[in-house]
Design a protein around this ligand. Sequence first.
Ligand code: ADP
Ligand code: MG
Length: 390
Amino acid sequence: MNTFVELGLSKQALARLKGIGFTEPTEIQSKAIRPMLDGCDVMASAQTGSGKTAAYALPVIDRLGKRAKTCRALVLLPTRELALQVKAEFERFGAHGQIKTSVLYGGTGYGNQTRELRAGPDVIVATPGRLLDFIQRRMVDLSTVEMLILDEADRLLDLGFAPQIRKVIERVPTRRQTAMFSATFDLRVERLAKEYLTDPVRVGVCAKRIEPASIEQQFHKTNEDEKDALLLKLISDAGQGSILVFTRTRRKAKKVAARLRAAAVEAQEIHGDVSQNKRETTLDHYRKGKFNVLVATDVAARGLDIPTISHVVNYDLPQSPSDYVHRIGRTGRAGRSGCSHTFVCDSDHGSLRQIEKIVGRTLMSRPISAPLSSIKRAPRRHFGRRPASR
Ligand code: ADP
Ligand code: MG
C-alpha cells in the first residue's frame, strides 16, 4: 500500500494529515486519491467506515488550491447528518482559510444557509432537494463547478433522489470531473454512472464482501413482547460504550426510547418527527458521551460516524436488506471493533434470508438465554419491573 506522500498530495495536505493523526491511507484512499488528483472520473466502492470521505475531500481540496469565492466543487449526498459530517471533514482537511465550505440541507430555515452562500463558498455540500430550492431562488450558480461528487450514490437512489440529481447535474458544466462513491454499485448506480461519467477509473475494495469485517454480529430469536427486556439486558451487559438502537418506524423509536427512560436508562431519540435543531443537539451530546443510548430510525442515522459506538442493536429488522449493512457499519469505525445485535422474530425469517444473500453467508441466531456478550458485565443496574434475565 502507498503512503500519503506517494499518492501525490500537496505538502500542505500532508501537514494537515500529520496534524490530524492519519498516518497511512486506507485502501480505498490509496486507490482513489491518485486518479482523483489527475482529474479522472472515478467510481469508487468500499464498505462503510473505510474512509471514503477523505478519499475525495483530500484531492478536491488540493485541486482547488486556494480560495476563489466561486463554487468549484459540489458534493451531493442523501442526508443532513451526512452533509454536516462531510462539511466538517472538508474543514478539518483544508488548511485554515484555504477554502470555504457551505452546507445545504432541508428541514431547517434558509437564514444561516443563505448567509453561508453569500460568503462565496468554494465547496458546496448539499442534499439534492434543498440545493434545487436554492437554485430556483437564484442563490446558487453551478456554472463554475469543476468537480462533482456523488457520495453514498446507492443511498441517494434508494431514497428516490434520481430526478433531483438529474436536475442538478443539468446545471453543472459538462466539462467537469465527476466521481461517485458508494458502498455498493448495483444496476441503478451503474446506469446513472453511464449517463454522467466519462471513462471512469473504477476502484474498489472487497467488492464482494461488503460486510464490515471488524464487527461481531449476533442474532437473537425473540418476539415483540420480549424485545424490551432483551434490550435492557444488552444495555446492562454492554458496559461503557455507546449503543445505537434501530427501530423501523418513528412511532416505535419514540416508544422504545420512552420505555428505556421509564426503566431509568438515559436514552434519547432521533427520527423524522424530531426537529432538525433538536437532532443536531442530540447527536452532539451523543458524540460527546453525555448519554449512551440513542434510538433512531434508518433515515436519521444514515452515514453517522461516531467512533464511540460500540454496539448497534437492530430492535427491528430494516425495511430494505442493504440497510442492515449500513446500520451495523455505524460501529466498528476505522478498524475499531464493534458488536451488533439483531432481534429476529418468527415473522422476520424472509427478511433474514435476504440479508444473508447480501452478506453472503448463513446468519446464526442464538437463544436469548445464552450469554449475550463476551464484553465484561457492568455492575448490576436496576431496570424497573421486567426481569432482566428474560
Ligand atoms: P466512509 O465514508 O467510507 O463510511 P468515513 O469517511 O466516514 O468512511 O471515515 C470513517 C472514519 O475513519 C472517520 O472517523 C475518519 O476520520 C477515519 N479515517 C479516514 N481515513 C483515515 C486514515 N487514513 N487514518 C485514520 N483514520 C481515518
Ligand atoms: Mg461516507
